[in-house]
Design a protein around this ligand. Sequence first.
Ligand SMILES: [Zn+2]
Ligand SMILES: [Zn+2]
Ligand SMILES: [Zn+2]
Ligand SMILES: [Zn+2]
Ligand SMILES: [Zn+2]
Ligand SMILES: [Zn+2]
Length: 415
Amino acid sequence: MAQGAAESDAGLDGGGEERGAEEPVVSLAEVLAENEELEKEARAVLGGSDHERCSYSQGAVKRQALYACSTCTPPGEEPAGICLACSYECHGSHKLFELYTKRNFRCDCGNSKFKNLQCKLFSEKTKVNPANKYNDNFYGLYCVCKRPYPDPEDEIPDEMIQCIVCEDWFHGRHLGAVPPDSGDFHEMVCQACMDRCPFLWAYASELTVPTVTKVTPAAEDGGLLNVEETEEIKKENGADHQTRTGEEKILQNNEPSTSSGSVCSEVKNETSTCKLQELQAKRHLHLQENTATFWPHTWRSKLCTCKECMKMYSDLEVAFLTDECDTVLAYENKGTRDQETDRRDPLMDTLSNMNRVQQVELICEYNDLKTELKDYLKRFADEGTVVKREDIQQFFEEFQSRKRRRTDRMQYYCS
Ligand SMILES: [Zn+2]
Ligand SMILES: [Zn+2]
Ligand SMILES: [Zn+2]
Ligand SMILES: [Zn+2]
Ligand SMILES: [Zn+2]
Ligand SMILES: [Zn+2]
């Protein structure tokens, strides 16, 4: 799953290209470009996390790739999360739920939540990590509908979007509003978290990316209608008891007498420098709705950081909102950056120094390698096990020996 918009595409069995007679025509550059995307995503998610050392000694890691093991801690048991290195070393053959990344988490591997497992990487852990937060994701269930992902019983194509506050994942259709195009927003806050952090509504009218319902008043399909209805219900239940006829709406805009009594629009906020108070003064412009909200890049930097607001964030346990480095994007960029340096693509360098025959031979070999590696990795995907370094090593050793046998048998395997 990817940040912002996760689609169920990335998979080892994707692609499915044919192995025909014209295969060598596919340029190496094309083959590489095709894999680049998948590779980039993997690098982004895993790049910022340590592959070899359990992250426990770092304490609660600001953000890391995280897994839950349904072999060790199945639904019904206490939920537990394990770091990337532990997923390889201590749970290699287990059934794991990939939790993508989570913030402020300390690896649980082998602590009191595990009945029959000792951590091979860092066994001196305390019994529990009291500051860790858990949700149904640790049992492989997501969204308000509590379904697995991918969901074998769900035939509706829908993207999963992660709430940046609770870090659960939600179906686009279960957010109370039709999400904007994934490219148009950067982060999402789910309905429940908006309820828990009502101050965000004050920023919403200034900052959020409008959802489809707000732009199109006349609902045409069923989905939109439902949203309109829920909005109506919420408003009827709300303190203002407003009905949603056009006229009254206009009236309400002209006579902002319902809320705190503050004077509208051109409020030159007296002495206060609190952005939130300023916004709250004109809050009637944006009524609280029963929907998730969608926020653009750098919106976090617009949140007030006065003393009172900072205290409120910390009381609500959302102090991370003022930290741009908390975003998944910042984490992914770090992962990509860290690895870019030792990834100058030696293949491309070598290729440009080769003659045509050498190039074709290399392409053939690469295609063989690619197909075989894909088949090999697919077995792991089918079994739901994690690929370990030794597995990859073993593959290359076997591939080398197969190649030797092949070239012994026939001089020109594929040209
Ligand atoms: Zn660990
Ligand atoms: Zn396990
Ligand atoms: Zn471990
Ligand atoms: Zn759902
Ligand atoms: Zn949430
Ligand atoms: Zn403030």
